[in-house]
Design a protein. Structure first.
Length: 247
């Protein structure tokens, strides 16, 4: 089949030919007197405009490249999913001062006590940790590495995954005084860059269920006095932003 004039080098060549032809006709028309010269000049100007604007006469398609209708389908599925992150948020009021809640969560090694879908969390440094999930249907469970972005003592924790993982996400835990002096309001936000159905397939729980169960277990542990922390938990600088890890 011949080259498609709607794209690539053929389109560029066609535009230049139209512009050159239009210029030539315009010059000839200007050199001639009378009605015939004026028509040649006008035709040359029109042909030049066709080339300059990338148009084609007689209602045909534009000379400019036509977007490939299959271009979106050629984008990897993981890239498409990353454009539409799914946000989940759960909130609970705990009858306790924020310090105890914050210290427990700040040590990520404690989180399997709140999220039963986790096998363990290995704390690698004051800002990095590796999370290993339980296998849902045989084999090995998914794992990922997280980096703390921000630590505001007794107020805010934010973290995100780095490197290759089937469950890219970011999350935050926010603590604030509960209305009516009823303790601490705890807000957990999860933002996955894969659909909730994929999270459920890999973890055995949806993001919504994960967030709600984690806060329910946290409230139970705090209010029944079962809250405990692992000794020698890593500590940051109290507040501010940590430098994001790079691959």
């Amino acid at each position: 089949m011949g080259a498609n004039l709607g794209s690539g080098e053929a389109a560029t060549g066609g535009r230049w030919l139209a512009m050159m032809g239009g210029t030539a006709l315009g010059v000839i028309g200007l050199r001639r007197s009378g009605w015939g010269g004026a028509m040649l000049a006008l035709g040359g100007a029109g042909l030049f405009a066709v080339g300059a604007l990338g148009l084609r006469p007689l209602g045909e398609r534009s000379l400019r490249a036509v977007p490939n209708p299959g271009a979106w389908r050629s984008v990897p599925a993981s890239r498409r999913r990353s454009l539409t992150p799914e946000r989940t948020q759960a909130v609970v009021t705990i009858a306790s001062e924020p310090g105890a809640v914050f210290r427990f969560w700040r040590n990520f090694a404690n989180l399997p006590k709140l999220m039963p879908q986790l096998e363990r969390v290995d704390v690698l440094s004051a800002t990095e940790s590796r999370w290993i999930a339980k296998a849902v249907s045989g084999g090995e469970g998914p794992s990922w590495r997280c980096v703390l972005d921000r630590v505001d003592e007794d107020r805010l924790l934010t973290w995100h995954t780095v490197g290759e993982t089937a469950l890219p996400h970011r999350a935050s835990l926010m603590l604030s005084p509960a209305p009516g002096d009823r303790g601490t309001e705890v807000r957990l936000t999860l933002v996955y860059r894969v659909p909730a159905t994929e999270v459920a397939a890999l973890l055995g729980v949806t993001p919504e269920g994960q967030a709600e169960e984690a806060l329910r277990r946290l409230k139970q542990r705090v209010e029944t006095g079962e809250l405990s922390t692992i000794e020698r938990q890593p500590r940051g600088n109290g507040s501010g932003s940590f430098r994001e890890a790079t691959e």
